[in-house]
Design a protein around this ligand. Structure first.
Ligand code: PGA
Length: 245
């Protein structure tokens, strides 16, 4: 496991974008498993700029998203499908046929999970998985207690996660359930990059990096992965005993 502490959000985002761009240079047909949320916005902005100004092409890459709310129409402004279009896919040369987000409006969500898991497998698994981290240590929507051998499935969101995400929804009520790629699916990625920014992530980061490896803190399980990097800004690293690198 590597942990890199960068001085601030912008430098963390630049380092993340450089790693993703490096992967695309090395393997133009790479399979990427990607997050939503506030944290990766700076990374996406930089990748779009590298596409616009640096000629970085994503045309041969395949994209999978980590998760999606259940029960939202795909054009709902708070859906992750819309988030990804607005922040990334609409601004690069991604092949629309190679862009995958779980369908949160599928009539049979269990079948949708199975279809999604198979699609990732058939694409050859992820070359690079980029993750955020929840204040409770979740990755994707794998909330505390998520089994290490879990696959893409329907999950119930924790009250704390629903509260954090409530502002995106009418009447401040986030959906109760979501589809998430499972812990085992994340683990099979050949490389994992976890991004964290801000003081409100400091406890989760410290628990993930310095606490017990436990399903109670899903991000801690990443320490068993052979190729994982935690990219942290200074504030999110502040609760670690070892402090900055
Ligand atoms: P955030 O979400 O980037 O909006 O903080 C991260 C997460 O919950 O995984």
């Amino acid at each position: 496991m590597h942990a890199r502490v960068l001085p601030h959000y912008e430098s963390m985002s630049a380092a993340a974008a450089a790693i993703v761009a490096g992967k695309i240079h090395e393997k133009p047909d790479a399979v990427l498993l990607l997050p939503t949320g506030t944290t990766p916005l700076g990374m996406y902005r930089r990748l779009v700029r590298l596409h616009d100004e640096g000629g970085l092409s994503f045309a041969r890459a395949t994209f999978f998203n980590l998760d999606e709310y259940l029960g939202l129409p795909p054009d709902h402004p708070a859906s992750y499908r819309v988030y990804m279009r607005e922040n990334f896919y609409d601004h690069i040369d991604a092949d629309p046929g190679q862009v995958h987000v779980p369908d949160g409006s599928a009539p049979d969500p269990e079948a949708e999970c199975e279809r999604y898991e198979v699609a990732i497998r058939e694409a050859g698994g992820a070359d690079l998985c980029v993750l955020g981290i929840g204040r409770n240590g979740h990755i994707g929507f794998n909330e505390p207690g998520a089994p290490f051998d879990s696959r893409t499935r329907v999950v119930r969101l924790s009250e704390s996660t629903r509260l954090v995400n409530a502002a995106d929804f009418e009447e401040n009520r986030a959906p109760e359930k979501a589809i998430t790629v499972g812990m085992a699916t994340v683990f099979e990625a050949r490389e994992i990059l976890l991004l964290a920014s801000g003081a409100n992530k400091a406890n989760a980061v410290a628990a993930a990096i310095e606490g017990e490896v436990s399903e109670d803190v899903p991000a801690s399980m990443l320490r068993r992965h052979p190729n994982v990097t935690f990219l942290l800004d200074h504030e999110s690293a502040a609760a670690m005993e070892l402090g900055d690198e």
